[in-house]
Design a protein around this ligand. Structure first.
Ligand code: PAF
Length: 273
């Protein structure tokens, strides 16, 4: 596995490669969820690039940038074992200058839900993903469905900016208890972990209701909120694949999303119906 930290060196390295390139961007602290992205990208492409970059511009003031888990050596090992060909491992100064051009998330889709509680977050995400895609120029880039709004906005960006990369959504991985895997789960104490299980359980309740033909978003979100109490809920929302609120679940066109705080940790989860 080649490890490269300079964007220009990576561009040069990939310039004449006549292979399909799969790309998995990450912020490190790799877990089974990342490994499933890596495995899928490995299967579907001839060359695999993974990036590890803890992107400061997507964290708002007071968020967990400073305490975000760092596991550089373990991450490198995971990449090596996963058959990664190139690990891109830049420093902040490699990725950002002092006076920066940056992208703005779309005014509607970028500022509801996660974008409403974290105004500016998606500007940072889109800017770094754009930079990474321009450096790697991959055939396919892989993103988890757990960050559904991020995935949606990245797919929209690549479409609206006429980029040739294919964005590949990857299913959420859960632990044995049903909790969606996330680097932030490392913050949870055992009792918080128990509380956090209310989140996937609320989504299970929602899917059960839909299987009984209860399609009203209001009825479903009320039942979910009841189950989530007393967690601090940022949002429980039912949207279509365009991220517009919908009054009734539309099969094959619906995402049910939750964000709630457990202790000091914000956790996201969703199901796609
Ligand atoms: O999902 C993440 O880990 C990050 O938001 C991403 C896409 C790597 C951009 O920093």
């Amino acid at each position: 596995m080649k490890i490269i930290s300079s964007p220009l060196e990576l561009k040069e390295y990939l310039k004449d490669c006549n292979k399909t390139v799969g790309f998995v961007p990450t912020m490190g602290a790799l877990h089974e969820g990342h490994i499933s992205l890596i495995k899928k990208a490995k299967r579907e492409n001839e060359l695999l690039v993974v990036s590890i970059f803890l992107n400061p511009t997507q964290f708002l003031k007071g968020e967990d940038l400073d305490k975000y888990p760092k596991k550089d050596e373990a991450d490198k090992k995971i990449c090596q074992l996963g058959g990664v060909d190139v690990l891109f491992f830049p420093q902040i100064s490699d990725m950002y200058g002092r006076d920066e051009v940056s992208l703005l998330a779309p005014k509607v889709r970028g500022f509801v839900l996660e974008g409403a509680s974290r105004a500016g977050h998606f500007n940072g995400v889109l800017t770094i993903v754009m930079k990474l895609l321009n450096i790697v120029n991959p055939t396919r880039a892989y993103f988890g469905k757990k960050d559904a709004q991020q995935l949606n906005l990245i797919a929209l960006m690549t479409k609206q900016l006429f980029m040739s990369v294919t964005i590949v959504p990857v299913d959420t991985l859960r632990d044995a208890d049903g909790l969606a895997l996330s680097s932030r789960n490392a913050y949870l104490s055992p009792s918080e972990k128990k509380e956090a299980l209310k989140i996937p359980a609320s989504l299970y309740i929602a899917s059960k209701m839909v299987s009984k033909n209860i399609m009203s978003s209001k009825e479903i979100t009320n039942a979910m909120r009841e189950h989530l109490a007393p967690l601090e809920i940022s949002y429980v929302e039912i949207v279509n694949r365009e991220f517009e609120s919908i009054k009734n679940v539309e099969l094959k066109n619906t995402i049910i999303l939750v964000e709630a705080k457990v202790g000091e940790t914000r956790l996201l989860d969703n199901i796609w119906l």
